[in-house]
Design a binder for this molecule. Structure first.
Ligand code: NAD
Ligand code: DAU
Length: 355
């Protein structure tokens, strides 16, 4: 098992990154420091880590930096003796990539390239750094009604988002192969849980229910996603970083497939129950809207490799995870208002009008 002293997390103010940093501070096998490098785009919120900032003033550092800023990222990695980089920072929303692919190329491809160059330069001076690249199952494309994505499934990205993630992953693989950099990669399915920006399906629907707005379902609502509670993804990333074989990719998934419409109906019932409303109260807000262009039909992950090799397994069942998630959003209306008050609000109005 690798022991790390100084972990640089990119994108630590976003949904999974913030949950990962909280996870690290609960992990008894880690007593080192965390440097959170995030440039705070619309989806990054440093408030997500305010408790960590107060509780661990000597072990937690926040650096407001863009991953594209080679010189300052280099200085940060070098001066903090970073021995592990966990790379979450990205533009992460498929719909945004359809409206504006340029930022996805800049952040996900060029930004990852710049980080890899930092590691390559330090490696050439004898400094050993493990680089864990956080990727997505979307790089594999779309499935029909049967089958699952394996680590060996050929890549077939179909949105600007997934193409940019596949490109960055290919760069990471090439750096491992050509320069011998110590790289691991994870390809995970759809995450859900606290702190997810309310543009993604589950938090968007919860927030719209709270506000009494329509619940927009793309196309026929029969597209399938495989849902995993965010803490289980964090545990998988930590296991791969500490115990995964260098140069390997690991699939991570919930083994929990839902059509969007079935998921939404359950979410409506659960939210009604938790807010003391009649069972069908929120279902009346469901509205079918035009489909997402190029909408992938089905994702499903085969995660036998990480289970067998590293002993990972999902620990939060879907009913329990959804309940925790809805309760968190109901208890954190100030957070919702805060993250929606800025650029996201204007972007939604410009691209989708009032829904
Ligand atoms: P998110 O949008 O919630 O967070 C992204 C974070 O990255 C934000 O804090 C943002 O400020 C930061 N960031 C963006 N551009 C940056 C830049 N140029 N420099 C520094 N920081 C920058 O995203 P998320 O859902 O937490 O996803 C995190 C990672 O996990 C992404 O790489 C994504 O592709 C991957 N992933 C996400 C899911 C999912 O279901 N959300 C599933 C599999 C993989
Ligand atoms: O599979 C992993 C990926 O999951 C991650 O790599 C991405 O970062 C993450 O955003 C997510 O991508 P999706 O496109 O699957 O997530 P999203 O929440 O945007 O959509 C989930 C499904 O719900 C998808 O089939 C589209 C549908 N949908 C989404 C929204 C926002 C709707 O029907 N209505 C909506 O308003």
């Amino acid at each position: 098992m690798n022991n790390f002293s100084n972990i640089l997390v990119t994108g630590g103010c976003g949904f999974i990154g913030a949950n990962f940093i909280k996870y690290l501070f609960k992990e008894e096998n880690f007593q080192g420091r965390v440097i959170n490098l995030d440039c705070l785009t619309y989806s990054g919120n440093p408030e997500n880590l305010s408790e960590i900032t107060l509780q661990y003033p000597n072990r937690y550092i926040f650096e407001k930096l863009d991953i594209n800023d080679f010189e300052n990222v280099y200085k940060t990695v070098e001066s903090n003796n970073v021995d592990l980089i966990v790379h979450f920072a990205a533009e992460s929303h498929v719909d945004r990539s359809i409206h504006g692919p340029g930022q996805f190329v800049q952040t996900n491809i060029v930004g990852t390239f710049s980080l890899l160059e930092v590691v390559r330069k330090l490696d050439s001076m004898g400094r050993k750094i493990r680089f864990h690249h956080v990727s997505t199952d979307e790089v594999f494309g779309s499935l029909g009604s049967s089958g699952k994505f394996l680590e060996t499934t050929p890549y077939d990205p179909r949105s600007p988002y997934s193409a940019s993630k596949a490109s960055s992953e290919m760069l990471a693989r090439a750096y491992a192969h050509t320069y011998g950099i110590d790289i691991t990669i994870s390809n995970c399915s759809n995450n859900y849980g606290p702190y997810q920006f309310p543009e993604k399906l589950i938090p968007l629907m919860i927030c719209n229910m709270i506000e009494g707005k329509n619940l927009p379902v793309y196309g026929d609502g029969k597209n399938i996603r495989d849902w995993l509670y965010v803490d289980d993804h964090c545990a998988a990333v930590w296991m791969i970083a500490t115990k995964g074989r260098s140069g390997n990719t690991y699939n991570v998934g919930g083994e929990n497939e839902w059509t969007n419409i079935d998921l939404l109906n359950s979410l409506c019932e659960l939210t009604a129950e938790l807010t003391n409303k009649p069972k069908n109260h929120f279902k009346n807000l469901i509205k079918y809207v035009p489909d997402r262009p190029g909408h992938d039909r089905r994702y499903a992950i085969d995660c036998e490799k990480i289970k067998i090799e590293l002993g990972w397994k999902q620990s939060v069942d879907f009913e329990q995870g959804l309940k925790k998630t809805v309760e968190w959003y109901l208890a954190n209306k100030n957070w919702i208002e805060h993250v929606k008050s800025g650029e996201y609000k204007h972007w939604m109005e410009k691209n989708y009008g009032a829904r």
